[in-house]
Design a protein around this ligand. Structure first.
Ligand code: GLU
Length: 480
């Protein structure tokens, strides 16, 4: 195969939101295709009408675009093998079901939900695995005709071989073999005339010329059924790669109960798409060395399926925060100001003064994992008076030695001279030289008086941004 023949698809069901596992599947498909010069398809699998959620498709597409993943073919931009929404392709599935029926590879099942329930209960009582008991597989032509004439509703099921084993190679999991006897006679067409996932998925992967199916491990049990269908239609099957499960910290399957699973929740919390992509890329794939920071472009260059592991990948939120902090810190100053705009405004900082806002956010950027972390750090920069209410800080300020430091600071601040971070630092070291007070005893009271807190970013830069007048006013307020 020449590399440009590679075609992959991301085939989500629009059930409401994009799961982080879905984002990883979309990303790996994207990376595999870009690495090999292939094409990507987005296909919406919406044949389960009972799970349909209004607006879910748009939300899904927007979220993927936000994350930087776009597709060569799909519902938004079309393509040569559309439509790319399964509910618009039902006629095609019906034709294929008719073909299988005509060739005796599938059969109509007239069992009612109550019949199926009864049979299932019998199997459970007999401690057998619950699967379809194949009652309708042996109906005669005349029995079938009779039921059709009396308008009985039916599903269509695949005639799975009763004996033998199916073998295939998964690009991640290696050789897999499954005995036919454990495979149910799968429903292909439901009684509402809509195909099941299995049929529509295979028909579309074939007609959309998909060469590689890269999807989550939860679909591995479906693969033998899909391969059987390829066989029944006489089609070449694509290659399969099943991605490892995403796990909670306690190694259970990633679930909403232990944290957010929707990409949009991370977006709303202020995670940057670059950070989320970098983090998700490493959930199941590794570059083979100790590099951790990857742009999408780096990933496209380096990603190969042979470095995808079989073992489940733990979704470690602390690690995601670490990635986010790296990306927040490397944002251009103007971008960070834009992102932090709501919190700057809320803190009463003049957002029209771009230069000052840039100085503030640049100073604070190394303290941020999420942009919202900036809120409490902005307090010293608002024009409201500083309120010092913690006992420890009050005790420090009330000591005689601190009052002397503040008096010296005030005198020097009022004297003419530059008001820049280096000048302010030089001023503080002059106080040290003249008074012999140093370390915490020197810096503590100045910092607390100016910012209200005993710890914080570089004091000289903070005082420069606050400006001489505000520093004088705040130091004086503690001496009055
Ligand atoms: N529609 C399935 C899903 O929601 C697609 C599975 C597959 O990729 O085959 O994940």
């Amino acid at each position: 195969m020449s590399t440009s023949d590679i075609r992959v698809r991301f085939a989500p069901s629009p059930t409401g939101f994009l799961h982080v596992g879905g984002l990883r599947t979309a990303l790996y498909n994207h990376l595999f295709a870009r690495h090999h010069g292939g094409r990507t398809i987005l296909r919406i699998e919406d044949t389960d009408r009972s799970r349909y959620v209004e607006g879910a498709v748009e939300n899904l597409l927007d979220t993927l675009e936000w994350a930087g993943i776009t597709f060569d073919e799909g519902p938004r931009n079309g393509g040569p093998y559309g439509p790319y929404i399964q509910s618009e392709r039902t006629e095609l599935y019906r034709q294929h079901v008719d073909q299988l029926l005509a060739e005796g590879k599938a059969y109509r099942c007239f069992c009612t939900p109550e019949d199926l329930e009864r049979s299932r209960n019998r199997q459970i009582e007999a401690k057998q695995d619950a699967s379809y008991d194949r009652t309708c597989r042996s109906l005669s032509e005349s029995e079938i005709r009779e039921k059709l004439e009396s308008d009985c509703s039916f599903t269509v099921r695949l005639k799975v071989p009763l004996l033998g084993t199916m073998q295939f190679t998964d690009l991640v999991r290696g050789e897999i073999s499954v005995a036919y006897e454990v495979i149910d006679d799968q429903v292909l067409l439901k009684s509402d005339g809509f195909p099941t996932y299995h049929l529509a998925n295979v028909v579309d992967d074939h007609h959309m010329r998909v060469t590689h199916v890269i999807r989550g491990e939860e679909w591995l049990p479906s693969t033998p059924k899909h391969l059987l269908l390829y066989d029944c239609f006489g089609w070449d099957a694509p290659q399969f790669a099943h991605l490892p499960l995403l796990l909670n910290q306690d190694r259970s399957k990633l679930s909403k109960r232990q944290g957010d699973v929707a990409v949009e929740d991370y977006r709303a919390k202020g995670y940057l798409p670059e950070a989320l992509i970098n983090f998700v890329a490493l959930l199941g794939w590794n570059p083979g060395d100790d590099r951790e920071l990857f742009t999408l472009h780096d990933l496209e260059r380096d990603f190969t399926l042979d470095r995808v592991s079989k073992a489940g990948a733990v979704f470690d939120i602390d690690k995601l925060q670490w990635f986010n902090a790296q990306y927040v810190r490397s944002l251009p100053a103007e971008t960070l100001v834009n992102i932090c705009q709501p919190w700057l405004a809320e803190a009463g900082i003049d957002t029209a003064d771009t230069a000052r806002c840039i100085s503030i956010t640049t100073l604070l950027s190394s303290y941020l994992s999420l942009p919202s972390d900036i809120a409490p750090l902005l307090r010293p920069f608002s024009s409201s008076p500083i309120i010092i209410d913690d006992a420890e800080s009050r005790d420090i300020l009330d000591s005689e030695i601190s009052r002397q430091v503040l008096r010296d600071f005030l005198a020097k601040a009022k004297a003419p001279g530059e008001w820049t971070a280096p000048a302010i630092k030089a001023m503080i070291s002059d106080i040290q030289k003249e008074s012999g007070i140093k370390g915490k005893a020197l810096f503590g009271p100045i910092r607390i008086a100016l910012t209200g807190a005993p710890h914080g970013p570089d004091l000289g830069t903070t005082a420069e941004i606050l400006g001489r007048d505000m520093c004088i006013a705040r130091a004086a307020a503690q001496l009055s």
